[in-house]
Design a protein around this ligand. Structure first.
Ligand code: AHR
Length: 503
């Protein structure tokens, strides 16, 4: 058993209110995310529009409040007009980002219908790769203007009388990346994003805009990219994006489990850069963060290289997640919560089949990957006030990071419901971690449940044949004693959700 870890929380020490949109996700026209994922006309559970009912129920279970669409790298070569109007008149296009054929069976209006059915909002992205100001303002007019203009009347003629009123718009995607169609320098992008954003807000002043930040902390242009882009877009943009994926290609699990330490630092550096630009501009506006792509992504890299190009919906980026991946996802969720004061949107990339918590077989079932569970728990129980986590934990050094705490933890307080939930990961792969939580400021209460996600085999996965190999149980041993402390033992390599009811 490892040395004891301690956590102190106080109901008055609040980091910030969770914006529920941090539990967002992402559907890109990529692989089988759309075709075979959310949409499959001849699937036994398909509805009258061809949306898979089994996938819809799993998405609803996750309570995803916002879904980014249609990309991703895809958006930088996409003509949104290809995806509206009569389906039989829509073109098939070579899709250059992922080297597939895009049939355009699903487009903007159908996606909005799917969002309504899933009980979620859309976060739309505009193409600032091959296109620009004109198409961006046309799309806003098509989407959000009631009627009496060319694009709004075209929408009505397509059967959508009422405007979609999409509130959140991304100004392009990963424009710092050489892999991006229409990759730009920070000055080229910043100028274009500002002008496109201005025009979009002139069409609908109620929208919110996300400017592209760096596509990873390792990009050579980070964080100068943010400084320049923010300088050029500060008055127009409301959020700057962050993207980050982690993997364990070297099979170095202690280091893989430490990756969220880098994510904390990434978030803090972007916030510092935002605040630097705010100070420079003597602005009263505080820039917020949209962490609109995050996840584990590496398992599928090899098999993707073998795929034939120019097919419709090939099985791309189909990572089959392990137990240890779920722990990293849990740590990443805690990182987002730790900066709930500034990270107001985030998207688990992606939602179905493509690096996703939900997997399907075409014509077959849908099942939950290991990473489904930490995301589910955080989305369902992690809404409220995030409390400052005073954590004292034994530490270790990994190949990349020093002083990595074995305990990663955060608490969310739902004052009205008189509930507190503690999310905790034990990064120790060989030993259980005893934990003492001091929560005297809350007075008395009881433990509702101590949910644990654990598995003997760190590489265990859920598959169509064994969909429940990795799943949580509620037999954790947390006990709330009279002296205002909770004592628990966190199993080795485990994700824990300790749910409390206050008296
Ligand atoms: O989510 C997969 C891809 O990752 C997205 O298309 C892109 O934005 C990022 O590089």
């Amino acid at each position: 058993m490892a040395q004891q870890a301690k956590m102190t929380i106080d109901k008055d020490f609040v980091i910030g209110e969770v914006d529920e949109r941090i539990y967002g996700s992402f559907i890109e026209h990529l692989g089988r995310a759309v075709y075979g994922g959310i949409y499959e006309t001849d699937h036994p559970t398909a509805d009258e529009q061809g949306f898979r009912g089994d996938v819809l129920s799993l998405v609803k279970e996750l309570q995803v409040p916002i879904v980014r669409y249609p990309g991703g790298n895809f958006v930088s070569g996409y003509n949104w007009e290809d995806g509206v109007g009569p389906v039989d008149k829509r073109p098939r296009r070579l899709e250059l980002a992922w080297r597939t054929v895009e049939p355009n069976w699903i487009g903007f209006n159908e996606f909005m219908d799917w969002c309504r059915k899933a009980g979620t909002d859309a976060m739309m992205a505009v193409n600032l790769g091959t296109r620009g100001i004109d198409d961006a303002r046309n799309l806003i007019e098509y989407s959000n203007h009631p009627s009496g203009s060319y694009w709004s009347d075209l929408r009505r003629s397509h059967g959508y009388e009422k405007p979609h009123n999409v509130k959140t718009w991304c100004l392009g995607n990963e424009m710092d990346g050489p892999w991006q169609i229409g990759n730009k320098t920070s000055v080229e992008y910043g100028r274009l994003a500002n002008e496109a954003g201005k025009a979009m807000k002139w069409v609908d002043p109620s929208i919110e805009l996300v400017a592209c930040g760096s596509s990873a902390r390792t990009m050579p242009t980070f964080p100068d990219w943010e400084a320049t882009v923010l300088d050029l877009t500060y008055d127009t943009a409301d959020y700057i994006s962050i993207h980050q994926y982690y993997g364990n290609p070297k099979k170095d699990t202690p280091n893989f489990l430490a990756q969220s330490v880098g994510m904390d630092s990434f978030i803090n550096t972007v916030i510092a850069t935002c605040d630097y630009v705010q100070a420079k501009k003597r602005s009263k506006k505080q820039m917020l963060l949209s962490f609109d792509e995050w996840n584990v992504w590496f398992h599928s890299n090899e098999q993707d290289r073998k795929l034939e190009p120019w097919t419709i919906a090939p099985p791309q980026l189909e990572d089959v997640y392990t137990h240890e991946d779920a722990l990293v996802v849990g740590c990443m969720l805690i990182s987002l919560l730790k900066r709930a004061d500034r990270v107001k949107m985030a998207c688990l990339a992606q939602l179905v089949n493509v690096i996703a918590p939900i997997m399907t077989r075409n014509g077959g079932p849908a099942w939950k990957q290991t990473i489904f569970y930490p995301f589910l728990h955080a989305s369902v129980y992690g809404r409220g006030k995030v409390l400052v986590p005073l954590v004292k934990s034994p530490k270790y050094d990994s190949s990349e990071y020093t002083d990595v705490p074995y305990l990663e933890a955060i608490a969310v307080y739902r004052e009205e419901q008189e509930e507190v939930t503690i999310f905790a990961v034990n990064r120790h792969t060989d030993e259980a971690l005893p934990l003492d939580i001091d929560l005297r400021s809350f007075g008395a209460g009881s433990i509702v449940e101590h949910v644990v996600l654990e598995h003997e085999d760190l590489k265990a996965t859920n598959t169509e044949e064994f969909p429940d190999r990795v799943k949580p149980h509620s037999a954790g041993n947390a006990v709330w004693s009279d002296n205002g402390h909770i004592e628990a033992t966190l199993a080795k390599a485990s994700w824990n959700v300790i749910r409390l009811k206050l008296q």
